[in-house]
Ligand binder design. Structure first.
Ligand code: ADE
Length: 243
């Protein structure tokens, strides 16, 4: 009989001491302590071969900064075991933007190997040779991939079975139905003269649901017209079968 091992994130980084960092507290941290997932931070520098343990060098063709060497990163990647079916991500601002659907796929699998870039970049040959999937968490530049890796792992871990427990409200959250989340309220009933919208206190679940849907659509249309278009095109075929 085989007992399947928990979902695991393996991070290749020059700063392993950054981990678990924010992933060691709150929801992800409690789940980590409970053994619902595993985190392994490996030092890329451990694969360095020279006396100075150097991992980077100047860019071929000139230019500023330093480039992570292909041979060092390949050795670090291979030491994890690239033969496995685990996705191999490289955090990079030039990657494909991370989406909730990619997060769902990653959470459903065995867990990714995540390479954190630093310096001006990573030698293209190791990206190609090890089929690293470049992933961005947004159109801005971080000083390294570690903070982006935190984001990827956190987004996955909260979807793992048993992690959210009673807090689970995944289905209603922003992006799970392609819309941003409706506004939330709680006590006190009056805050600086502003009441909770009365409909939310009406006890009429159908009207509450309709109000929330309308609010979510209005918010999405105002802030993220791109998502609105996507949600509309996804909804169309379903409405047909419903009717
Ligand atoms: N490394 C630096 N900037 C990044 C970004 N926006 N996304 C992913 N990795 C990065």
């Amino acid at each position: 009989m085989t007992t399947s091992s928990p979902w695991r994130a393996t991070v290749l980084t020059l700063f392993p001491e950054m981990f678990p960092g924010p992933l060691g507290v709150s929801l992800a941290g409690r789940a980590l302590a409970a053994g619902l997932w595993e985190l392994e931070a490996r030092d890329i520098r451990a694969s360095a071969t020279d006396r100075h343990r150097s991992v980077d060098d100047t860019p071929a063709g000139g230019g500023p900064g330093m480039v992570l060497r292909a041979d060092i990163l390949a050795a670090a990647t291979d030491a994890v075991g690239v033969a496995s079916d685990r996705p191999r991500l490289l955090m990079s601002p030039r990657g494909r933007p991370l989406t909730q659907s990619r997060v769902q796929e990653l959470a459903a699998g065995p867990g990714p190997l995540i390479v954190c870039g630093r310096f001006e970049g990573v030698d293209q040959r190791v990206i190609d040779a090890r089929a690293l999937e470049e992933v961005s968490i947004g159109d801005y530049v971080l000083s390294g991939g570690e903070i982006a890796a935190f984001a990827v792992i956190d987004a996955c871990v909260r979807l793992l079975p048993g992690v959210m427990g009673k807090e689970a409200s995944g289905a209603e959250e922003s992006f799970s139905d392609g819309l941003l989340e409706y506004p939330q309220y709680t006590r006190p009933q009056l805050f600086e003269g502003v009441p909770i919208p009365p409909i939310l206190l009406s006890g009429d679940h159908a009207r509450v649901a309709a109000w929330r849907r309308a609010e979510a659509e209005a918010l999405t249309a105002a802030r993220r017209p791109d998502l609105m278009k996507k949600a509309a095109s996804q909804k169309a075929p379903k409405d047909k079968t419903d009717g």
